[in-house]
Design a protein around this ligand. Structure first.
Ligand code: AP5
Length: 197
């Protein structure tokens, strides 16, 4: 396993629309830079699987392609970070998705004496729909099987989540890579960007 650049702490937000490859590419970044992966979508799906109160609440939003309320999402994320101290760095996948989530993350990292960089995967809407519908054939994810729900997820991303990239860009902490092409090509583009941070 390789370790992060100069053994310094590295925190990344892997950003992009639904189906852009955040989960796929997180695995390679985790391996190369020895990061702790936090996916709020996976956390919610695990709560749904466990039929918890939080899972029931999350499901009512996720199945429509809407965002789970900030308050719930932020407190779940904070707990996950607190439960995993002393890691080499975090990769945030699917979080933050709103500017209040971004501000909460920055405050939390600041208290830990750390900061974060955002890297966005750029993928066109048609390719997103194609990937998600394809995955929906086997994934069992309710939000991947209905094209209206997929379109709503893409719209919610445009309305609520793109401002997060603008927020980090205004702080000089955002970069992007082309997210279309073979998985390995996208991985190499990401490595080049992360190595230059
Ligand atoms: P979440 O689980 O985060 O889903 P998402 O953002 O919609 O993203 P996906 O997991 O669908 O896609 P991805 O970008 O990870 O791509 P992947 O690698 O899987 O969120 C789900 C829901 O939870 C939200 O809608 C919301 O309700 C709730 N939620 C989560 N976080 C929240 C938050 N912070 N605040 C509020 N609510 C929140 O790839 C997709 C497919 O494409 C795969 O089949 C993959 O094999 C394929 N693929 C990947 N790369 C390529 C490539 N280069 N070429 C061809 N195919 C590819």
């Amino acid at each position: 396993m390789e370790f992060s650049i100069n053994d310094t702490m590295i925190n990344l937000i892997l950003f992009g629309p639904p189906g852009s490859g955040k989960g796929t590419q997180s695995d390679f970044l985790v391996e190369k830079y020895n990061l702790h992966h936090i996916s709020t979508g996976d956390m919610f799906r695990s709560e749904i699987g466990g039929k918890t109160e939080l899972g029931l609440l999350a499901k009512s939003y996720m199945n429509k392609g809407e965002l789970v309320p900030d308050e719930v999402t932020i407190s779940m994320l904070k707990k996950r970070v607190e439960d995993n101290p002393g890691v080499q760095g975090y990769i945030f996948d699917g979080f933050p998705r709103t500017v209040p989530q971004a501000e909460a993350l920055d405050r939390m990292l600041e208290e830990m004496g750390q900061s974060v960089n955002l890297v966005e995967l750029k993928v066109g809407d048609d390719e997103l729909r194609r990937r998600l519908l394809e995955r929906g054939k086997t994934s069992g994810r309710a939000d991947d099987t209905n094209v209206d729900t997929i379109n709503n997820r893409i719209q919610v991303y445009k309305d609520n989540t793109i401002p997060v990239a603008t927020y980090y860009d205004s702080h000089g902490k955002a970069a992007f890579v082309e997210g279309e092409g073979a998985i390995e090509e996208v991985t190499n583009r990401l490595f080049n960007v992360v190595d230059s941070l």
